[in-house]
Structures are given as C-alpha cells and as structure tokens.
Design a protein around this ligand. Structure first.
Ligand SMILES: *Cc1c(COP(=O)(O)O)cnc(C)c1O
Length: 407
C-alpha cells in the first residue's frame, strides 16, 4: 500500500468528498477541503522510516499520491534542523532550533506543497494549472509542473521578488504580472479559469498543497527523536505551513508514533499586514481584509487568507498566540542571525526571531522551553535585505587589517 488516503472532509461543515477524483472547494459551503487517512491501515512502524531515502516521500503512506510512478520529485525534504546556540543566548533561551527550509529546491518551503500538489494533480489527470502567488509558490509550482510535463500559469504582483519571476520563467511557467496584491491576482485567476480546463491551485483551493507542507511537522518530530518541542514559530501568510504542521503532528499522534501535548503554535505576521494577529487578539473566528497591506516580508503579504479560520483554531487548540513585528525589527534580525550563526534568513524567517524576542520578554516563552523557528526560504531570494558597505581598493593598492577579535 503506497497511501492510506481515505477521503476528503470539510473542516467547516463536515461534508465529505471523494479523494480519488479532482476536487476544489467544498461543494456545500465553499471551505477548503482537507485529506483524511485511514491511520489504522498504515502497515509500518516509525522505525521502518530509518531505511528510507531522506526526502519527504519517506512518509508516503501519509501523503495523497496513490502510486509511486506519479511521484514528481526534485529531492525535496529532510531540511536541516540546526541548533543555534549563539542566537539562543542572545534571545535568553537554552534550547533553540532553526529548521532551514531555504535549502529546498527553488529556495523556499513552497517546494513541499508543489511536489505533493503537482504529483497528485497529474495522477488525477489534470494537465494545466493556474495560481496567484507572492512569488515563491509560483516558482516552485512552475518547476514541479515542468518536471511533470504539465502547464503552469502564475499571476504575481509586480512587487514580488524579482528572482521568483526569473525562476518561474526559467521553468517554462506562463507569467502574468499584476499591478496589485495577491488578492487581486487571485480574483483574476479565478475569473480566468472558470469553465476552462485550467485547474485553480491557489492556496487551499485544492486539498493537496497542505499535505506537502505538513511534512515539516513529520520531519521535526523525527529529527527530534520522535518528540515535540514546546513552541513552534511560523511566519504566516496563507497559513498553510502552520496548519500543515499541526495536521501532521495530529496524524502522528493518531498513529501512536508521538505523544502529546502539541507544541504551542505561534503565528508571526508583519505589522504592515497582520489580519490574523488582529483577529486572534479580538477573539474572532475569521479575519477582516487588511487594508493597504505592505511589508518587505513579501511571502506573508496576504490581506485575507482563505484558511483564516483554520489558523485561528490551530492557535486556540494548541494554546498558541499571534505576534506582529515591524519591518525594521525583522531586517535587524536578518543581519543578527547572519552574524551569529552564518544563516542568511529570508525576511519571513527573520520575523520569527523578532517574535521570539518579544515573547521571551513578555514571559510567554520561558528560558527553559524548547523553541523551533521555521526559516521558510533562502535569503538569496531577497538580496536587498542586507546593506553592503565595503571599501573599494585599487588593484595595486593596499589595505590594513585590524587586530583579530574573537566573538
Ligand atoms: C508563502 C511563504 C510564507 C507563508 O506561508 P503560508 O503557508 O502561506 O502561511 C512564509 N515565508 C515564505 C518565504 C513564503 O514563501
């Protein structure tokens, strides 16, 4: 048995749907659909994973692809979980880890969702896909679509990181630049795909991208020796990464591969676009659209996420919280983490550092708790985040070194 996939269900109205034909949103209420597995049929123990390749397909029983020949892979998964002791000391913590998703194909954790989403789309006979994106998802889906021989159309805001445009085009994606935000791009894509063969694979518009992202939770548990940390901190735009990690950990609990409690989940947003933080603080069950959304952490500029109610319930169910940080704070932390640990974080990843500092200072995180930060992409995608101020010297000139300082 390659997958234990059983059916799809609607987390809002409880309707169920056939997982073995193509599905978009819930036909009864328009909510995202999620995949459910028959955990009692999973034929392996967790120890069997040790013999499998170090990529996310090692968890194939808990992924939605029915047959191995439909797996589309670029080697994604098993990103390093790095101890960061110097950063930990700077933040007043004893045990701090960064899971570095910047090493994935195309440079961000969007590769996880794309690998699984594209594999399942091809298996279900889909030939052409379209999505709105803040850049990284479009780059990732274009790469996996090329590898699968499928067509990909990507609509991204003109302000999205230039590299992600180049990645999209390099992988043969059809690119449309939109003078507006991801929400505008989303409206244009929905209108364009209606009554065509094109399939809308926007965030949570189909059920399988999240299945790829939940493997961050699987890897985290396995890399920690089948236990959970106290706190997991995730930069949140559409929310798929955060709810994916919780979904993945719940499945491991269901299998008996892990024991509770779940980590407290922290949703981090930029102060210039923080609809989930505002809704969480108000005790609301969903978000209001955020006006004039703007932040250098482009991947989390989502004014009104479709899965807002799922993120808010994941925060409430795990006794988590939501924090907004300013662009100045997160940019300072890009530089700090580079200096202390040699990691060039993406601005979204650096936002988790700024959030932890605030949560340690308020006492929400105590110094003996174990904390995991998700660096969701490579700093290389955002070359403008670190100013370079270097002296320029003539080829026949000379320069003098200061005494070496050890830090
Ligand atoms: C998309 C993205 C996010 C936000 O992830 P969601 O799953 O949409 O919440 C964070 N960081 C980067 C680099 C991204 O590309």
């Amino acid at each position: 048995m390659f997958t234990a996939l059983s059916h799809l269900y609607c987390p809002r109205c409880g309707a169920t749907a056939d997982a073995f034909v193509r599905q978009g949103l819930c036909r009864s209420c328009g909510s995202p659909l999620l995949a459910r597995y028959d955990l009692s049929s999973v034929p392996i123990r967790r120890s069997a994973l040790a013999d499998r390749a170090p990529d996310l397909w090692r968890y194939h029983e808990l992924l939605p692809v029915s047959s191995p020949e439909h797996v589309v892979t670029l080697g994604e998964g098993m990103t390093p979980l790095l101890a960061v002791p110097r950063l930990a000391a700077a933040l007043g913590l004893e045990r701090l880890w960064i899971k570095d998703e910047g090493l994935l194909p195309t440079g961000s954790f969007k590769a996880r969702g794309a690998a699984v989403g594209v594999s399942r789309a091809r298996e279900l006979g889909i030939r052409a896909m379209a999505m709105p994106t803040n850049g990284n998802a479009g780059a990732a889906w274009s790469a996996y679509a090329a590898r699968a021989g499928l067509e990909m159309l990507v609509a991204m805001p003109v302000d999205a990181p230039t590299i992600t445009r180049v990645e999209t085009v390099a992988a043969g994606g059809r690119l449309v630049l939109v003078d507006g935000l991801i929400s505008d791009a989303g409206r244009l894509v929905s209108a364009a795909v209606a009554d065509t063969e094109w399939f809308d694979v926007g965030t949570l518009k189909e059920p399988y991208r999240i299945e790829g992202k939940k493997t961050m939770g699987f890897e985290l548990a396995e890399q920690l020796g089948w236990r959970m940390p106290d706190v997991v901190v995730h930069p949140t735009g559409g929310g798929v990464g955060l709810i994916g990690i919780v979904k993945g950990l719940m499945e491991l609990l269901g299998l008996g591969w892990l024991e509770g409690p779940l980590p407290r989940m922290v949703c981090v947003q930029a102060a210039g676009c923080a609809p989930i933080v505002r809704a969480f603080q108000a005790g609301a069950g969903s978000c209001e659209a955020w006006p004039d959304a703007r932040t250098v952490a482009f991947g989390i500029t989502v004014p009104k996420p479709l899965g807002d109610f799922l993120v808010l319930s994941a925060l409430n169910e795990t006794a988590g919280t939501a924090v907004a940080v300013t662009d100045a704070e997160l940019l300072a932390d890009v530089a700090l983490v580079g200096r202390l640990e040699g990691l060039f974080l993406c601005p979204e990843g650096a936002a988790t550092v700024a959030a932890v500092r605030a949560l340690v200072s308020s006492g929400w995180i105590s110094s003996d708790e174990e904390v995991v930060l998700l660096n969701t992409g490579s700093g290389l995608i955002y070359p403008g985040t670190v100013p370079v101020d270097a002296p320029r010297i003539a080829a026949d000139g000379e320069f003098h070194l200061p005494p070496a300082e050890s830090q």
